[in-house]
Design a protein around this ligand. Structure first.
Ligand SMILES: [Zn+2]
Length: 287
């Protein structure tokens, strides 16, 4: 089978280590094609998309994870989110033509926010500085702080496709000295360090995992599909519109007698006439 647009979990048979791997193709291009992004920005969005899928794979409840970076440099915002059903969407704002040698240079000195939103509006947010430049390093710092578990990320994107791998130490389950546990973790990381960004993008995950970890037993689970999907709706657009002052709503309605709201993330268009808008419909006011 093809591994494009899927994510899979793997578990080490003789160490307290789990892993996730992801390959994005069409789902990523559906995020990218709506705006005229530079190749650097496409690769940056690709890395964010791969990372957010890797993190979301471990969600134990319905909800979503939002990975968002803000910077005062040419790119103001990069946001990609992934639901517990592995639907992704994302966007970048700022100078969309910006280029750099390394994608993360576009967010130099920025901040990365990881938001976990649970259905029913429970929300948790962690923020880390993008000091080192690499997205993988910033995420590793976040996991060290929030979960106190060693976590490593490998991310790669060429602006068309993206791929990633994550290794995470599990809470101790085996009876073994702490040094043995630490040395298993170090060995797994040293082996994973040998992947090149091109191999990460090009090799099917089972081949890659075999190549890296064939000396130990690794159980690979069935891949789960990742799709592009947007959570916008007519109802949500109307709610947003209803938050505006009445005068502003009337102004937007203007001469044309309707308001069209476009979703920047998926391109959906929502059109409202006066009778759709509660504040204006009630007063029956004609502007
Ligand atoms: Zn949308």
């Amino acid at each position: 089978m093809t591994h494009a647009d899927s994510s899979l979990r793997f578990l080490f048979g003789d160490a307290d280590i789990r892993g996730e791997s992801v390959v994005l193709d069409t789902a990523l291009r559906q995020i990218l094609h709506r705006h005229d992004y530079s190749t650097t920005l496409r690769a940056l969005l690709g890395e964010f998309a791969a990372a957010v899928v890797l993190i979301s794979n471990n969600l134990k409840y319905h909800g979503k994870i939002i990975l968002q970076a803000r910077s005062t440099q040419s790119v103001e915002l990069v946001m990609v989110e992934c639901t517990s059903d592995l639907q992704i969407r994302g966007i970048a704002r700022g100078d969309l033509a910006a280029v750099a040698e390394q994608p993360m240079e576009l967010l130099a000195d920025g901040q990365l926010a990881i938001t976990i939103e649970r259905e029913g509006n429970q929300r948790y947010q962690g923020i880390v500085a993008l000091e080192s430049g690499a997205l993988a390093t910033a995420l590793e710092g976040y996991f060290q702080q929030s979960e106190q578990l060693h976590t490593r990320f490998w991310l790669s994107s060429d602006g068309e496709r993206a791929a990633g791998m994550m290794l995470q130490q599990l809470p101790a389950q085996r009876q073994q000295p702490a040094e043995a546990r630490e040395s298993q973790w170090q060995t797994a990381c040293i082996l994973a360090e040998t992947i090149t960004p091109a191999e990460l993008l090009d090799l099917p995950p089972p081949t890659l995992l075999h190549r890296l970890f064939h000396e130990t037993s690794v159980r690979i689970y069935e891949p789960k599909p990742v799709v592009f999907g947007c959570s916008c709706s007519r109802e949500r657009s109307l709610n947003a519109l209803s938050l505006l002052p009445e005068a502003e709503q009337a102004e937007l309605l203007g001469e044309q007698g309707h308001i069209t709201l476009d979703c920047e993330l998926c391109g959906a268009q929502y059109r409202f006439v006066q009778s759709d808008i509660p504040a204006l419909a009630e007063t029956g006011r004609v502007h």
